[in-house]
Design a protein around this ligand. Structure first.
Ligand code: ATP
Ligand code: MG
Length: 433
């Protein structure tokens, strides 16, 4: 066997013993690594792309790790810029593609940084930089901490990531509780990668999760919003949703909806699961998905409930819905900062739920031309799929959209006739006979 520990005792796997080849890298990542190495720096591709290639998946993007400092990296590439404040990384641009170059970092914890700052009065930025091995141990999961050198065709594994890839295991590096405390987003990343890769979560990694979930309250709302999108729009939303429930962390992300699911509020659990199923299907068939639709579904149970309550207090259906939407969105954005353009669209999807049943006269035609019609119609289908009885509303709209103009007119005429017949016979439109 040609795999052997390097000078520090970490595993180096040579070309015969792994399946990677430099041909699998995108040419820009290879270019960045080779340029750095030509200038006497260490350079590796690292993280998600190595993991995905070893699993036979298509990497989303390529990250490079190096011992070159950000300003040294910047000097080597014309179209590059330093981004990030606390941790500087360099974006090297090739056309529309960006290669992220990160300098090896050590896991200096926040307390230490403060002490160093206080003592010297000056932020000694170099303290954040570290060796390749330190860089490996500050990463989140063993399977995300593999380094590949395309020139030597060697794979570097400091934490047993290769083994875990083979056993399909999610394992956090270091002491799990400590690592979750340092950055609670890692809780979500465990769920995300377990779902995405269909891996099992190793026991020590799993055990503290529920207990640590509260830490998510301290993560900034914009970062939480970004993370929820990765969770729900990654193509395995249903698996993520089930894991979040199992891990007891759904309540940190969506407390209002979670409470109703716990109480068995009608259709709540089914609606969320179905929304995830539909989203996963759309993604796998390369259809567009929007955060607005997903969040409209995630928050529909409380919006529905509060709006009924406002109606009982005497508000009209429209006013009640608006008030409920204000309450629910107002609370949610303190947890996940949903941008305004999406909350606006969510409100429209919800309002249209009240309008799509009203199809008489020229209303159907006007509704079908509403810019948010398609999403609102999909939302009606979603509610029906979750078990709600909407009097065949979804089917009606499905037929309507496929019909010729004459047929559409006929559908509306029929509907108008039925409605006036009901009114004459003194029955309420939805009443049972
Ligand atoms: P994806 O396919 O979603 O991009 P990824 O593993 O590349 O997966 P990124 O968020 O792009 O994930 O992060 C790149 C790498 O940075 C990860 O592989 C991991 O090594 C490290 N990393 C990212 N987030 C964290 C974190 N919160 N804590 C520790 N290490 C992290
Ligand atoms: Mg990545």
């Amino acid at each position: 066997k040609s795999s052997q520990p390097d000078s520090q005792g970490n595993l180096v796997i040579s070309g015969h013993d792994h399946s990677l080849s430099k041909k699998q890298l995108c040419k820009h990542a290879l270019n960045v690594v080779q340029t750095l190495q030509r200038n006497n720096f260490q350079a590796y591709v690292v993280g998600g792309c190595v993991r995905d290639l070893l699993l036979g998946l298509n990497p989303k993007d390529f990250d490079v790790a190096t011992d070159a400092k950000p300003h040294e990296v910047k000097k080597l590439f014309r179209r590059s810029r330093i981004v990030g404040r606390r941790f500087q990384i360099v974006h090297v641009q090739f056309g529309r593609e960006i290669i992220e170059v990160t300098t090896f970092r050590s896991n200096t914890n926040v307390k230490n940084t403060h002490l160093q700052q206080a003592a010297s009065g000056l932020l000694t930025r170099d303290n954040m930089f570290g060796t390749m091995e330190e860089d490996a141990s500050r990463r989140d999961l063993t399977i995300n901490a593999l380094y590949y050198d395309p020139t030597k065709n060697t794979l570097h594994d400091f934490s047993g990531g290769l083994e875990d890839l083979k056993d399909r295991t999610i394992r956090i590096i270091g002491d799990p509780s400590t690592r979750y405390k340092e950055d609670p987003v890692r809780l979500l990343r465990v769920a995300r990668f377990a779902a995405k890769l269909d891996f099992h979560v190793e026991n020590k990694t799993l055990k503290p999760i529920a207990k640590m979930a509260e830490g998510l309250n301290h993560v900034s709302a914009p970062r939480m919003f970004d993370e929820t999108l990765k969770l729900f729009m990654g193509g395995q939303g249903l698996a993520v949703f089930n894991l979040l429930t199992e891990f007891n962390i759904l309540q940190q992300l969506l407390p209002q909806t979670h409470r109703l699911i716990e109480q068995g509020y009608p259709y709540a659990n089914k609606l969320l699961a179905q929304a995830m199923t539909n989203t996963d299907l759309r993604i796998s068939s390369k259809k567009r998905v929007t955060p607005a639709f997903i969040y409209a579904a995630l928050l529909w149970p409380p919006v529905h409930k509060y709006s009924l309550e406002y109606q009982q207090q005497g508000h009209s259906a429209n006013v009640a819905l608006n008030k409920a939407a204000n309450d629910v969105i107002g609370h949610q954005i303190s947890i996940t900062a949903i941008p305004k353009r999406f909350t606006t669209a969510m409100r429209e999807i919800w309002s249209l739920q009240l309008m799509l049943p009203k199809r008489a006269g020229n209303r159907a035609k006007r509704l079908s031309e509403h810019p948010r019609f398609r999403a609102a119609y999909d939302f009606i289908l979603l509610r029906e799929q979750s078990g709600e009885d909407l009097n065949g509303l979804g089917d009606w709209w499905t037929t309507y959209q496929d019909a010729s103009e004459d047929q559409q007119q006929e559908m509306v005429n029929l509907l108008t006739k039925q409605q006036s017949r009901r009114r004459r016979s003194g029955r309420r439109p939805r009443g049972k006979s």
